[in-house]
Write a protein that binds this ligand. Structure first.
Ligand SMILES: C[S@@+](CC[C@H](N)C(=O)[O-])C[C@H]1O[C@@H](n2cnc3c(N)ncnc32)[C@H](O)[C@@H]1O
Length: 244
């Protein structure tokens, strides 16, 4: 797919994908993005890292986590999960569907609710990611699938800044699953996030490596139950903050 097609995102017709759009999607159970299995890219890139770390407990952050089962894969390998998600419906569904008991704390200074697994090392912050500014422990990996591509493109810089605040220089590895398609009839979300967009957002501060391009068309249409898009691909980038 050519890069030129990717740069149309600001002119694409789009739903106003602010947080309210997503809260409505959860309320109305319009969650075609949710996978009932662990994603192939997660299997390929994160699982080997989780299984080869014999002693250290790793910490993996999931921005805009929804109720992804990729978080369960982290827990099942003995590691720690931190999620950030705006929808209480999504977070409740995650804990209940996976039989994980939890308690809720109100963090009034940061205006968020904190869901903590009582016997599994998982914390999910219920808040708007773009204004999230909690200090987190050292993060080994960030898995961003359905995150940066889900928000309104006008909010990408505050979103990027929030990711950068979590990233220890030369250490934290951000796996960013970008999306590209060329279908003028398709209305986002997800929004196209081209290689140029990724470079413009992260290139000054970070090294960026395109790891793989994955044709997602059949899975995407299968999840939403119709031929919603002609062709769509996931482009996974490894992003690491440079030293000063
Ligand atoms: C496309 S879904 C992806 C969910 C998950 N990453 C996955 O792979 O299944 C986007 C998620 O982001 C959440 N979301 C959207 N905008 C948000 C925001 N500004 N702050 C926090 N969560 C947000 C939505 O509620 C939704 O669960």
């Amino acid at each position: 797919m050519s890069e030129s097609s990717s740069d149309k995102e600001q002119t694409q017709p789009a739903n106003d994908t602010n947080l309210n759009y997503w809260l409505d999607s959860w309320q109305n159970n319009k969650i075609g993005f949710h996978r009932k299995i662990i994603s192939k890219l997660f299997q390929s890139y994160l699982i080997p890292k989780l299984t080869s770390s014999e002693q250290k407990q790793l910490c993996v952050v999931f921005p805009l986590c929804g109720k992804t089962l990729d978080m369960i894969a982290v827990l099942d390998n003995g590691h720690r999960v931190i999620g950030i998600e705006g929808s209480q419906t999504a977070i409740n569904a995650f804990f209940n569907e996976n039989n994980i008991s939890y308690e809720i704390e109100n963090d009034e200074s940061n205006q968020c609710q904190i869901y903590k697994g009582t016997d599994r090392p998982i914390t999910i912050y219920c808040t708007d990611f773009c204004s999230f500014n909690k200090t987190l422990p050292s993060i080994d990996y960030i898995w961003d699938r359905g995150g940066l591509v889900a928000i309104n493109p006008l909010d990408r810089e505050p979103y990027r800044d929030c990711l950068l605040r979590m990233m220890t220089r030369e250490q934290t590895q951000l796996f960013l699953v970008a999306i590209n398609y060329n279908d003028p009839d398709y209305t986002p979300p997800p929004h196209i996030l081209s290689d140029d967009n990724v470079n413009n957002l992260f290139g000054n501060e970070c090294s960026i490596e395109l790891l793989e391009v994955h044709d997602e068309t059949d899975e995407f249409n299968g999840r939403v139950g119709r031929q919603a898009i002609k062709q769509i691909e996931e482009r996974i980038h490894l992003v690491i903050r440079k030293s000063k």
